[in-house]
Design a binder for this molecule. Structure first.
Ligand code: ATP
Ligand code: MG
Length: 193
């Protein structure tokens, strides 16, 4: 195993009554390295990203809305029996590359993180089917190499521009330039002093 690379893949996500997605929808399987979402304007591409932001604990404002209850699917098709919650579940698994294009799933490494939003604007999390707090999700994912605190695994549209506009170095200790940004990602900011 020593020469083979173990990494984590996101085989699929499951949405239930989430934004434009009525009922239960499985999105995926995603490619282990690269996937792109393609579709006409307004077809629900950004809603797929919003589903990830929701499950990883982002507040309503980041998801282009004011309250989490707005995430619940609403349309003429369900007006007589509107759903009372929206759910997003994200599935992960560890994989080992066996060649340039092939991989094997490491048995027993599947994990699922879910978050539900309700009409009363409450929301809750589950980790592998068990109800928990966001901090439990964050620490579990962190132990698996997914760092929700520094959040560098999700780079959103506006952030690309923000990075490209950064000065090389911050003017003072509270200012952030590209140097401080990179030190934060690498983790070397701990040693600045
Ligand atoms: P663009 O190419 O313009 O960026 P997109 O594919 O990213 O489009 P999204 O923003 O993902 O589109 O989806 C927008 C659609 O989602 C809109 O038609 C909007 O009405 C719908 N939508 C958002 N919230 C809900 C909801 N709660 N219930 C039903 N539909 C919703
Ligand atoms: Mg969009």
């Amino acid at each position: 195993l020593s020469k083979r690379c173990v990494s984590r893949s996101l085989p699929r996500q499951e949405l239930e009554n989430f934004k434009s997605y009525a009922g239960v929808r499985s999105i995926g399987p995603f490619h282990q390295c690269f996937s792109s979402v393609v579709g006409p304007n307004g077809s629900g591409k950004s809603n797929v990203t919003d589903a990830m932001l929701f499950v990883f604990g982002k507040r309503a404002k980041k998801l282009r809305l004011n309250r989490v209850s707005e995430l619940i699917h609403k349309s003429d098709a369900v007006k007589d029996d509107p759903p009372s919650y929206a759910r997003v579940s994200v599935f992960f698994q560890e994989i080992v590359d066996t060649s340039e294009t092939e991989f094997e799933v490491v048995p027993g490494t599947e994990m699922v993180v879910s978050r539900v939003a309700r009409t009363d604007n409450s929301s809750s999390y589950k980790l592998n089917g068990k109800t928990c707090q966001f901090k439990d999700v964050a620490s579990y994912l962190s132990s698996k190499g997914i760092d929700l605190d520094n959040n560098r695994f999700l780079i959103l549209q506006g952030e690309v521009e923000m990075i490209s506009m950064m000065p090389p170095k911050g003017k003072n200790e509270n200012d952030e330039g590209l140097l401080e940004y990179l030190e934060d990602i690498i983790g070397s900011n701990k040693f600045v002093e």
